[in-house]
Design a protein around this ligand. Structure first.
Ligand code: NAG
Ligand code: NAG
Ligand code: NAG
Ligand code: NAG
Ligand code: NAG
Ligand code: NAG
Length: 647
């Protein structure tokens, strides 16, 4: 079937790359009135950058060793730092999608292509609060939509509606994976414990449709909130959860493929409690990953003193404190032959913080966080997406049915995903060690990345914003050697090394962040591609003692490539990866959503206290903004897509 296109010219991709039913739109010039981002564009909060530390060490010496270093983490994939998308949001992407016609949004594909060029693949989880009562109707929904919603029947005060989706969602995900190498996690409904056979249908179809592109099936989502949030009985306990998990695993058709992810605890129970209670021992034959969800703070009530929290996002110590509570559990999981992962995280639950989540500070923080997770033996850490009125999205489509050229917003945190992908590269063997620079100072971070025993890369963070913007008062010089010096070993440092910098005018910058000279430009002005010339520094090392001096300006991240192989393997030489249609498209997706559904699509999760009984905990302005945000996400279509050909 050939879709008729009203707006846009379908870009015919190579037949080998694309199924005939997939269309990527190029653009016609949009004529609709320019839509405005609602909250994010009007909230241009600029906080006061924390002052530089009283004592600032302008020099740091780093001794690396050939062969590896004691304490480095497990081999980590370049796709460690991926995305988490709420099922209700992702499923909406296919609503009104015509069966067998899947339209892909080029901006989303461009963002993915950037990560793929560096990491080899992209990790995306589709799930969240709404997965737990979702129904897959294999024969289609009663009203013919890919997704339909019905009022919930439980006692929940938020009356979260139940999501009914069709196979089009899974088919769309499979099509995306043919274009860009996305590997998926998918959520299995848990609340009904398969009493209606539906969880089994989800397991069976997601496995058969996604095949090798399915990394794992998430069984239960934040079960520690099932009691407090009235999803099950109020004193729902760990033994209850273990019993129900056992019941599910005994009844679901995993076809001998042990790819289950759990227990996905966030807030009331610790992962240690679950392990102590026997979760891993009991379910080991089914588990592939042990996971957690966590945000360092929450904005669910909207009453946090964001200025006071700002320094916590410019501190290596805080990043260590965020990850170290999971070291033991990760090592227990690995000892049992499993992988450990963070299923959902970001700067703060319920949308993040203005001035932090949308500023360069979050890029520094998230780069450090990704590397700390790699050091802490996490295989994946997935950044959650919210709607259009949140501050923390890696990227956000324009909040309108009409997408204009270069109008997506690229969040600073997406740059961290690029840097992390490049730091870890495509080998799948990156082993990371936290170098605890300068006596483990809070104001800088350093990691060495080894691959197959070879020191491949060095990543250096400088968190300090000088008192006078643009001054070099808080630059530091990192001097390193591989072997040599006091090690008594021969120095094997190369004659020169290549260095890429992540820079911005200040930790407060929202615009014009650059990675090796390239940028997504100003806010709300992106088509998902990096612009500008690739600017890679070559630094000559000192042949006398094998040391190299790397300037690390405040604030910045420096990624040092220690070998040519490491540089190639990171896609670091690729200025422009494969891109999809340069200009964009028209999608018309206006959905009617009820308020509770909107509330629960906002990515609330994580560190919020008992007090929040609303699943949504909307931090801002309520329904109007939420609707705006939702429409934005709709056009985002699983990131993009799917969608809909106008007939
Ligand atoms: C990560 O795993 C490695 C190998 O098992 C271990 O040596 C290391 O101590 C672990 N890292 C942390 C931070 O626990
Ligand atoms: C275990 O869970 C199953 C499924 O929810 C339930 O039918 C059964 O009664 C539970 N058993 C106990 C002892 O709680
Ligand atoms: C987009 O929405 C606006 C406002 O609802 C409407 O006037 C316009 O016709 C729509 N554009 C398309 C292409 O559907
Ligand atoms: C390193 O930090 C520790 C803990 O803050 C401190 O006790 C020690 O004196 C510091 N060492 C140096 C050399 O600064
Ligand atoms: C970002 O760069 C553009 C193009 O160079 C420039 O016009 C704009 O003023 C810059 N924005 C900021 C905040 O520096
Ligand atoms: C949704 O959230 C808003 C804002 O917090 C709240 O006023 C409203 O009552 C919520 N609606 C439902 C149905 O939960």
């Amino acid at each position: 079937m050939i879709p008729r296109i009203l707006f846009g010219i379908p870009l015919l991709l190579a037949a080998s790359a694309v199924d005939a039913a997939v269309t990527v739109y190029t653009s016609a010039t949009g004529t609709a009135a320019m839509a405005q981002y609602t909250v994010a564009s009007t909230d241009q909060t600029i906080l006061n950058a924390p002052p530089p530390p009283a004592e600032f060490n302008p020099a740091t010496f780093i001794q690396l060793y050939d062969g590896g270093m004691t304490g480095m983490g497990q081999p980590t994939p370049g796709s460690l730092f991926g995305f988490s998308i709420e099922l209700s949001v992702a499923a909406m992407l296919t609503d009104r999608c015509l069966t067998h016609h899947i339209v892909l949004r080029p901006e989303f594909l461009n963002y993915c292509a950037i990560l793929e060029a560096r990491a080899g693949s992209i990790t995306i989880r589709v799930g969240g609060n709404t997965q737990d009562k979702a129904t897959l109707n294999v024969d289609g929904n009663p009203n013919g939509h890919t997704i339909e919603k019905y009022k919930g029947t439980d006692a929940s005060p938020t009356e979260t509606p139940e999501v009914h989706f069709t196979l089009d969602l899974l088919n769309a995900m499979a099509e995306i994976s043919k274009l860009v190498n996305v590997k998926w996690f998918f959520g299995v409904p848990f609340l009904k414990t398969n009493s209606d056979g539906n969880a089994a249908v989800v397991v069976q179809n997601s496995m058969s449709i996604l095949g090798d592109n399915l990394l794992g099936l998430q069984l239960a989502n934040e079960p520690d909130l099932y009691g407090p949030h009235f999803k099950k009985w109020q004193d729902y306990s760990i033994p209850d959860f273990l019993n129900e998990t056992n019941y599910m695993l005994s009844n679901l058709p995993f076809q001998g493929n042990p790819n289950v992810v759990g227990p996905s605890v966030c807030c009331m129970w610790t992962i240690g409690q679950l392990l102590d209670a026997g979760y891993l021992n009991q379910f080991a034959p089914h588990l592939k990953y042990v996971d957690v969800m966590h945000y360092p703070h929450n904005n669910c009530q909207g009453d946090e003193n964001v200025q006071e929290l700002y320094p916590a996002y410019l501190s290596h110590t805080e990043v260590q404190n965020l990850v170290s509570p999971y070291f033991d559990a990760a090592n227990v999981a690995i000892g049992a032959g499993k992988q450990f992962m963070m299923m959902e995280t970001n700067t703060a639950s319920c949308g993040g913080f203005p001035g932090i989540s949308d500023s360069f500070a979050s890029a520094l923080w998230a780069t450090d966080y990704a590397m700390q997770m790699a050091y802490g033996n996490f295989t994946y850490g997935l950044l959650h997406f919210g709607g259009q009125n949140v501050y923390y999205n890696p990227f956000t489509p324009p909040p309108t049915n009409m997408t204009h050229i270069r109008k997506w917003n690229t969040g600073p945190i997406f740059y961290a995903q690029i840097v992390a992908a490049e730091a870890l590269g495509k080998s799948g063997n990156a082993r990371v060690i936290d170098l605890m620079l300068d006596n483990n100072s809070a104001n800088r971070a350093g990691y060495a990345i080894y691959e197959n025993g070879v020191a491949s890369r060095l990543l250096l963070v400088n968190y300090v914003q000088p008192a006078v913007a643009g001054s070099n008062a808080n630059d530091y010089l990192a001097t390193f050697a591989i072997g040599g010096g006091q090690t008594g070993l021969p120095a094997i440092t190369a004659a020169s090394v290549k260095v890429k910098y992540l820079r911005a005018a200040s930790v407060n910058s929202k615009d014009n962040i650059t990675w090796a000279g390239q940028t997504f430009g100003q806010q709300f002005m992106s088509d998902g591609r990096l612009y500008g010339d690739l600017d890679v520094q070559t630094i000559q090392c000192n042949p006398a003692d094998g040391t190299c001096n790397i300037p690390v300006p405040g604030p910045s991240v420096a990624l040092v490539f220690l070998t040519d192989a490491a540089y190639q393997n990171s896609g670091a030489d690729v200025a422009t990866p494969m891109t999809f249609a340069t200009s964009t498209t028209t999608q018309r997706l206006l959905l009617t959503m009820d308020e509770a559904q909107l509330n629960s699509s906002n990515g609330r999760s994580g560190a919020d206290p008992l007090g929040t009984t609303s699943e949504g905990g909307s931090q801002t302005s309520g329904a109007a903004a939420m609707v705006g945000s939702f429409v934005g996400v709709v056009s985002f279509v699983v990131g993009a897509v799917v969608a809909r050909v106008l007939l």
